[in-house]
Each structure stands twice: as C-alpha cells, then as structure tokens.
Design a protein around this ligand. Structure first.
Ligand code: UDP
Ligand code: MG
Length: 365
C-alpha cells in the first residue's frame, strides 16, 4: 500500500516571468495534418460552446503532468492556446515536469519564453503523476482547474464542455474516453477497475482514470493526491462530499513516446483503491472495518466448531482429522486477530491529534 511521501518535492527551476505577451502564431499544420471532417466539426462546436461560456473575471488553470514527453509539448501548447484564447478569460498553463531525463524542460523553457502564460515546474527526480498533479494544484491560481496528460491523447477541445458542466453546479467533471485508443488488455482491465471502483465507492463512472478532468478550485485545494492515487481523484472527491459527474471526451492514440505504466499499474491500482476506501471511510473508526470482518470470521469458526461438537456428542463422530475442524479453528483465530487489529487501530486513532479532514462548505457570520 502506498504511503504518503514525506520528503518534500524539490522544484529545480520555476519560471516566474509574467511579461512578454508576444505569441507564436498558431501552428495550423497541426490541425490540418491530423484533421478530418469530424475533428473540424468538433472544433467548431467547441468554439460555439466557448462563446456561450461567460467566464468574465474568471481564471482557468490547466495543469499538465509530464514525464519524458519532449515531442508532444510544442504541439500541445499550440492546441491549448487556441482553445484557451477562445474562452475569453485569463488563463495559465502549468506544466509539471516530473523529473524528465529528456529535453522536455528545455522545450518548456522555449514555450515559456514565447508566452509567459505557460509556466513550468521541474522535479528533481521522478515522483509520479500524483505528486505532479498535487504540486500543479498547489500552484494553480484559477477558479477552474483543468488537468490533462501531455502525450496528446487528451484533446484540449474538450475543455469548454467540461467547464460548462462545472458551471451547471458540479465540483468535478471527469472526462470519459467513450471511444478509447489504448491496447486491448488495458481497455478491458480498465473496464473491470471502473466497475469495481464504482461499486465500492458508490459513484458510477465509466472512466475514473481519464487524464482530462475539470475541477472547481475548492476541490483541488482540499484534496491530497499522493502515491498513485490520481486514479481515484473522483472517488476521493465524492467521498469528501463533492458533486462529481462525467462527460464523453475525445481520446487519441499516443502519437510520440510510449506509456509510462506497465503491468504494475494493475496491482498498484488495486492497493490504492483499498487505501482510498480505508483513509476516507475508516481512518477514524478502524474497529468498524476490522471488527466487522473479525466478528464475521469468529462467528463462522465458532459455528463450525459448535456443529462438530454436537455431532461428537450425539453421533459420536470424532472431531479431529476432519478438514472442517481446521477450517473452524482457523476462522476463529483469524477473527480474534482481526478484532485485535481493529482495537489497536482505535487506540492509535484516539491518541493521534490530527482531526478529521473536515472540509467546510459554507459559513455564516
Ligand atoms: N506521467 C508523469 N509521471 C510519471 C508517469 C507519467 O507525469 O511518473 C505523465 C505522462 O507524461 C503523461 C501522463 O502522466 O502526461 C499519463 O501517462 P501515460 O500516457 O504514460 O499513461 P497512459 O495514457 O498510458 O495511462
Ligand atoms: Mg497516455
């Protein structure tokens, strides 16, 4: 199970220039090269949506975590600028370089030189996407915060629709890659994960782990993402009381480089789900979880042993040597152990001074 990272993240370089509004002409080629009828149509509809959005006096921050994505960055920033300019509000893009070893940060420096609304942080080493998002959230100044991957798989054209949904009253709007361009195995295991997570968390989403999401400021300032918890941000938000929904977004195949996650993602994902459920639901009342499992196990064991004892007295069947006897003993012992773990957990919780992660929604007076 992942533990919170205690070591502070060292940010090597931070671009702070706010001047030089000169901007590079948009790279029209990018659209023409990839463009098909559908895409142009989508761009028009997203522009209409941008026009209808009233974002006067609002700021939109886009947080982009990246690790060795040198080939995508210029193309991505051109596409982002186009969409964000159409929103007619103030905006910033915060690239969080998660310790890239290629020329990604040089690319970011060039982009920042051309347009200072593109800001960047660089980690001293690779901390993982969750830490990158967390630092991006800390730095974000916007009323609305968008996250997206840097590998051009997420389409910036989806941003206006996400913000529209936020304005309808949701706190977090997650993208749903309805048509996915990922390998077969990833598509299907991810379906399983989304199903299990939806059931355990009590929030039905088709796609928990879409890079493209939109948040109200309050959510990103209150939620702590660490380890590989980024997969469960909608779960964390929902369990903290925020209104969460999803809308379909366009997804593309990875154009450059390769995915940063291998098989390990499946195991880590499962452990992180347990962590999310435990830390949000049971951290302050461990006995409710461990005690429940313990009592259930002990009672089943006790029942089995009672049954065997009755058989012994009434039918003179010998107890020992029967597999059921060992199952009974095992369940009873495991039950007591679970119960004790719950009690110890309660003792630790009671002595810790930290209060619950209470998020205050409104105050009067
Ligand atoms: N990423 C990151 N740190 C990491 C691994 C990935 O910041 O340690 C970024 C990566 O550069 C990309 C995003 O997280 O922008 C999603 O990663 P990837 O595309 O490899 O995941 P996939 O699309 O295969 O789920
Ligand atoms: Mg990707």
């Amino acid at each position: 199970m992942n533990q919170p990272i205690n070591k502070p993240i060292v940010i090597e370089d931070q671009q702070k220039k706010e001047s030089s509004p000169e901007q590079r002409p948009p790279n029209k080629k990018f659209y023409r090269k990839n463009g098909n009828q559908r895409r142009f149509h989508q761009r028009d509809s997203s522009r209409n949506q941008s026009n209808q959005l009233n974002l006067v006096n609002r700021t939109v921050s886009v947080v982009v975590p990246l690790y060795n994505e040198e080939d995508s960055l210029v193309e991505l920033s051109v596409a982002l600028k186009k969409v964000l300019d159409n929103l007619r509000c103030s905006w910033e893009v915060i690239f969080v370089d998660d310790g890239s070893t290629d020329t990604s940060f040089q690319k970011l420096q060039e982009i920042n030189r051309v347009n200072s609304r593109f800001k960047a942080l660089k980690f001293k080493r690779n901390y993982g996407k969750s830490s990158a998002l967390q630092e991006g959230f800390k730095a974000a100044k916007g009323d609305y915060v968008i996250t997206m991957d840097a590998d051009l798989q997420d389409d910036p054209e989806g941003i206006p629709a996400l913000i529209t949904k936020l304005k309808e009253g949701y706190d977090l709007v997650s993208g749903w890659k309805k048509v996915r361009h990922d390998p077969f195995i990833k598509k299907h295991t991810s379906k399983l994960f989304n199903g299990v997570t939806s059931m355990m968390v009590g929030l039905k989403l088709h796609d928990y782990n879409c890079g493209l999401k939109a948040y109200k400021k309050d959510v990103v300032k209150n939620i702590k993402v660490y380890g590989e918890m980024h997969r469960y941000i909608p779960a964390l938000a929902h369990l903290s009381g925020y209104k969460v929904t999803e809308i379909p977004v366009t997804h593309h195949e990875r154009k450059y480089g390769k995915t940063k996650y291998g098989l390990s993602r499946f195991f880590n994902g499962l452990f992180d789900l347990i962590t999310v459920l435990f830390t949000t639901k049971y951290i302050k009342r461990p006995l409710h979880l461990f005690g429940f499992i313990g009592v259930l196990s002990f009672l089943s064991g006790f029942g089995i042993l009672l049954y065997l004892t009755i058989l012994k007295f009434f039918e003179s069947t010998p107890i020992s040597g029967r597999p059921l006897f060992f199952v009974g003993i095992l369940l009873a012992i495991v039950g007591v152990q679970f119960f004790s773990i719950g009690l110890i957990g309660e003792m630790i919780t009671k002595t810790s001074v930290e209060n619950d992660n209470v998020i205050i929604d409104k105050t009067l007076g």
